[in-house]
Design a protein around this ligand. Structure first.
Ligand code: ATP
Ligand code: MG
Length: 772
């Protein structure tokens, strides 16, 4: 069993063999920090330390599972089961189940998620008769959360005149009372929110010395991975628990500290040597994960940060390919490039889907990637978030759209009748449901005939119900004369959905708003795409059907070998052979919200460092020149981070000169001078170079129609080898078989049976088809 130590280099072996006392391993990405932690646990167990006496804190539960698996192969699986290992939240929730009763909590306490917390705060604000435009429940929830993470309890709050004054200045003098009520109500409900799991643990360990001693004695060895991202509350717990034996081992990389927006405190790692006596500091320098190109490129980026501990990272791995940078014209095309590239690499190199990851700065970017992967039949999994169409805010918009198409849709109605809040309570909905059942009609029909029915609903509420009916009917009228995009945009605004998420101003609210923005982009894309169909109009019904099919397809992919899609934040600690980092554009990455100060920008740069260092063999960086935001094309500028990588490590797949050629094509076409036969010869993946003025929205719309000739994944469908019986791939509808070809010239059409079930007639002039 001891020969596992041979799987470590000398530098790694030292902290693994380190006897008792505090130690810290500071090292760059991929140098084996997590491996050291894992092997140290196995080694301790090998030395006779009881697994019961070891506590390991990881960044994700997935990481904990993987470490346990590894330890089990070395130390045996039955012993390994006794380890306490997991995230701070999961480990201390467990501890509170045992000892939370001392604080008055039942052992089966409920854990409130953020939404539960927000709903409770909203109702408290209402009950207190406060102005909800001043006391915004989400902002208040955020505030309470950060108080808790800084260990500012209600009592501490009321003893701190500065805090109270600050809240009074921001016109919220009663925030303390809300805080108090919120804490009381949670307590009465036997519930803890996420922050309570840490706060109450701290409280327990401070107020009950015998409990502290019990756990100090139990957890004689404490190990913490990703120490650079611990917050104050977590820091104090670790400090308290390790105080007696001082057998604390932390590993981390200040260059990968990316959670300061959530209260993570980089000084925890910087101050570690002050917090404990005789700290042994170990450094690892050899990277085992990535190629030389990737390691060197990552080093060249992080060197631009001023505030960091000095570190050396090198590798004896292969040189590897250069990092590939790809530019596309729109975000949809970026998605197609990524899907196409994954497809090609898979085929050429015989790879599994699971060897690829697509990383992005914000969740909303996944939509374009998902769509493209689906069309290529490449299975994927979204980590740390619901599939795009399952997200709450997307379901909210879709529910309104469903209601417009079919007002009898009861689930849709219940979802949105009072969202955004319009004062139609549950009791009213219950009464409507009873009436609907009684008359054998839908709820919506009952609402339409309120005046004729004798329902025990007061006049004010009746008016609200009638307003709702009128609003939906006005959407229905609009639906008859307009396309799905115009309608969906109108609905998002008119119902107050967008405003609802916009006004709360929290990162979560902004993310939701961005998701709705992405949905609208998707509708726009859809409507544009429908123009090539002979018998389609780009209507709402068609769109909803498309979405329903998309989600159905997602659900039935049974295999487990999937491309991983996730935000960079979630990718911390993970590794994949092939990594695509998409959306490398200014205002997206670095994010527009993180460019106000040097320290914010440095955190974005660390995030880029984390992203790039996930790649083992090959990294791809993609950006687009035009991104749809709010249904409008926005000029996007390449990210400054692209320039920060030393040139020798990158390869541009889309040289600027191609872009110039392409640009002249667009202009020629706009002025009616283009020779389309020439256009088809233009190489794929072209775009306008950043230095020239980009086409406006109208010009771009034309350009989008011309995509068959210029897109990277499609070929000209007027091509003679498109014959009846041949198999084709359509960028949106997937694979299909040509049943019939009819018409000539501009009117030439093909009837295609698509594998997903439907038959469509496509105008070849516009169709985005590829003959397989
Ligand atoms: P990060 O900073 O991204 O969290 P890390 O420092 O925790 O990275 P690990 O994940 O522990 O690094 O190791 C990176 C990769 O290198 C893993 O696949 C690991 O198995 C491998 N590795 C580490 N040390 C060795 C070694 N001595 N021999 C072979 N492979 C190693
Ligand atoms: Mg690690």
């Amino acid at each position: 069993m001891e020969n596992f130590l041979e799987e470590l280099n000398d530098a790694q072996r030292a902290p693994v063999l380190h006897k008792d006392g505090p130690l810290m391993v500071i090292a760059g990405a991929g140098s084996g920090k997590t491996r050291v932690l894992t092997f140290r646990i196995a080694h301790l167990m090998g030395q006779g330390v009881d697994a019961f006496n070891i506590l390991a804190l990881t960044f994700t539960n997935k990481a904990a599972r993987e470490m346990k698996k590894r330890i089990a192969t070395i130390a045996g699986s039955s012993e390994t089961k006794n380890l306490w290992m997991g995230t701070f939240h999961s480990v201390f929730a467990k501890l509170l189940r045992y000892d939370g009763d001392k604080l008055g909590y039942p052992s089966n306490f409920t854990i409130y998620d953020t939404q539960d917390s927000q709903r409770l705060i909203a109702s408290i604000i209402k009950e207190m008769g406060l102005d909800k435009d001043i006391y915004k429940y989400k902002q208040i929830q955020n505030r309470i959360s950060s108080y808790k993470n800084s260990l500012i309890t209600v009592k501490a709050y009321f003893q701190n005149p500065e805090l109270m004054e600050a809240d009074a200045m921001s016109k919220r003098p009663r925030l303390g009372e809300i805080y108090q009520n919120y804490v009381d109500r949670c307590f009465k409900a036997g519930a803890m929110d996420f922050d309570d799991l840490l706060l109450r643990t701290n409280e327990l360990l401070t107020r009950f010395p015998e409990v502290l001693m019990k756990y100090q004695d139990r957890f004689r060895y404490i190990l913490v991975d990703e120490y650079q991202d611990t917050n104050h509350s977590q820091y104090l717990i670790v400090k308290a628990l390790s105080d007696r034996y001082q057998n604390i081992c932390v590993v981390g990389d200040d260059a990968q500290s990316i959670y300061s927006f959530r209260g993570a405190n980089i000084s925890n790692i910087l101050n570690f040597q002050k917090d404990y006596d005789d700290v042994a500091v170990y450094r690892l320098e050899q990277n085992y994960r990535s190629t030389k190109n990737i390691v060197n490129a990552a080093n060249s980026i992080i060197a631009k940060n001023k505030n960091q501990l000095e570190k050396v990272v090198w590798t004896s791995n292969d040189e590897g390919n250069k990092i590939k940078i790809h530019r596309s014209v729109t975000d949809a095309e970026e998605g197609r490039y990524v899907a196409g590239s994954i497809f090609e690499n898979k085929m050429q190199l015989q790879l599994q889907n699971g060897e690829f990851a697509v990383l992005y700065r914000t969740n909303s970017q996944s939509r374009a990637i998902e769509d493209a992967l689906r069309k290529r039949d490449i299975p994927y999994r979204i980590y740390g978030g619901l599939s795009f169409y399952q997200r709450k805010e997307i379901k909210d918009v879709l529910a309104y759209l469903r209601l417009i198409v079919n007002p009898k849709d009861e689930e849709a109605l219940k979802r949105v009748i009072n969202f955004p809040a319009r004062g139609i309570g549950q009791t009213t909905v219950d009464k409507l449901t009873v009436a609907a059942n009684h008359y054998g009609r839908s709820i919506f029909e009952v609402m339409e005939h309120l005046k004729k029915l004798e329902l025990n609903i007061n006049a004010g509420t009746k008016r609200k119900l009638e307003d709702f009916v009128t609003m939906i009917k006005s959407f229905q009228i609009m639906n008859e004369g307009t396309d799905a995009f115009t309608l969906a945009e109108h609905v998002s605004k008119k119902t107050g959905l967008l405003l609802e998420f916009k006004k709360d101003g929290t990162p979560e609210g902004i993310a939701r708003m961005e998701n709705i923005e992405e949905l609208l982009n998707g509708v726009k894309d859809f409507v544009e795409g429908q123009k090539e169909l002979v018998d389609a109009t780009g209507s709402l019904t068609e769109f909803l059907e498309d979405v329903a099919l998309a989600t159905d397809m997602d659900a039935d992919t049974g295999d487990d070998d999937r491309v991983a899609l996730m935000t960079i934040h979630l990718a911390k600690g993970l590794e994949f052979p092939y990594v695509y980092i998409v959306g490398m554009e200014e205002d997206l990455f670095p994010s527009a919200m993180s460019m106000n100060t040097r320290s914010e920008l440095e955190e974005e740069r660390r995030l880029f460092y984390v992203a790039l260092t996930r790649a083992e063999k090959q990294a791809f960086l993609t950006y687009t020149q035009n991104r749809y935001r709010w249904g409008k094309l926005i000029d996007a500028e390449p990210s400054r981070f692209l320039e920060e990588i030393e040139e020798q490590y990158v390869e541009n797949l889309t040289p600027v000169s191609d872009g110039y050629r392409f640009k002249s094509m667009i202009n020629a076409d706009i002025f009616g001078e283009v020779d389309k036969s020439k256009l088809r010869q233009v190489k794929p993946q072209n775009g306008t170079p950043p230095s020239v003025k980009k086409p406006n929205e109208n010009q771009l719309r034309k350009l989008r129609k011309l995509k068959p000739g210029i897109s990277s994944t499609t070929t000209n469908t007027m091509d003679p080898n498109l014959v009846e019986g041949c198999t084709v791939n359509h960028t949106r509808f997937g694979r299909g078989k040509v049943l019939k070809i009819e018409g000539v010239g501009n009117d030439k059409k093909a009837e295609i049976q698509f594998e997903r079930g439907d038959i469509k007639k496509l105008l070849l002039r516009f169709a985005k088809l590829e003959v397989i």
